[in-house]
Write a protein of this length. Structure first.
Length: 257
């Protein structure tokens, strides 16, 4: 099995070098066939240069750069288009989610097409502010109401995909910002893919704070996704003919890692 780890990055010059080395250490324990694709999403600092220095230590680290900030979703798509792995992992480059989480996600892919980290799983460990917790819960409620997704958590930045699933889902996507995850999972649901929800392997430490501009942007994207789903039926255009319907797999637990 070959693994492509895609790490969108924005303004991380102080930590990106060390974070890449941490990911290399973990993935080497999983397979010798890997690549780590860093996408500097138009950072105004030296994120790109710091990532390049890390790539000089391992030629399986590929560093790409957007000339301007285009959003996490577009950064992931750019990385996907340059990837070659049988399994694609999305991992936020700030490593709020420790890279060891990939171990549990890859195990979940033995029974699923897509595996997502669920920070609100009863077994998950999470440290965050009350404000961010409330905003996350409200966004999840709106997601359930507007587009019908029943996942407890769509946004946590550590997910894994079988390549064949992404090949069918990516062409359906229209949102490039942080609501990108919602659209991706909705398209997966409509295409009939099996998604596993996995608890956090180690403690998630969400350090970034939400802001009004970002929140409004996510809500606008969510409304666009709802329109595409409810009115245009965009995600129902079948690209995949599964032998069984999608299931939410909740049986994974930390002791099984």
């Amino acid at each position: 099995m070959s693994i492509s780890i895609i790490m969108p990055a924005f303004k991380l010059e102080g930590i990106i070098f060390d974070n890449i080395l941490k990911v290399i250490k973990v993935v080497k324990e999983l397979t010798s066939s890997y690549e780590i694709i860093i996408i500097d999403d138009g950072s105004p600092d030296n994120t790109y240069d710091a990532a390049i220095k890390a790539s000089e230590l391992d030629n399986r680290v590929i560093v790409l750069r957007h000339s301007e900030n285009r959003g996490k979703g577009q950064a992931f798509i750019t990385g996907y288009k340059h990837s070659r792995g049988d399994v694609i992992v999305l991992l936020d480059a700030d490593l709020d989610i420790p890279p060891q989480q990939m171990i549990l996600l890859l195990k979940a892919l033995e029974e699923a097409d897509i595996a997502i980290t669920d920070k609100w799983h009863p077994q998950s460990k999470i440290l965050t502010t009350t404000k961010r917790r409330i905003v996350s819960r409200v966004f999840n409620l709106l997601t359930r109401i507007l587009v019908g997704l029943k996942f407890r958590d769509t946004q946590t930045g550590c997910k894994a995909f079988r390549r064949e699933a992404l090949e069918n889902i990516i062409p359906l996507l229209t949102v490039k910002g942080y609501a990108f995850d919602v659209e991706l999972l909705l398209a997966a649901k409509e295409q009939g893919y099996k998604v596993a929800e996995v608890p956090a392997y180690h403690t998630i430490k969400l350090k970034g704070e939400v802001n009004l501009k970002g929140t409004l942007s996510m809500l606008a994207d969510l409304l666009r996704i709802a329109y595409n789903h409810r009115v245009r039926k965009l995600y129902s255009i079948k690209k995949h003919n599964p032998s069984s319907t999608l299931k939410h797999t909740r049986s994974f637990n930390i002791s099984g890692a």
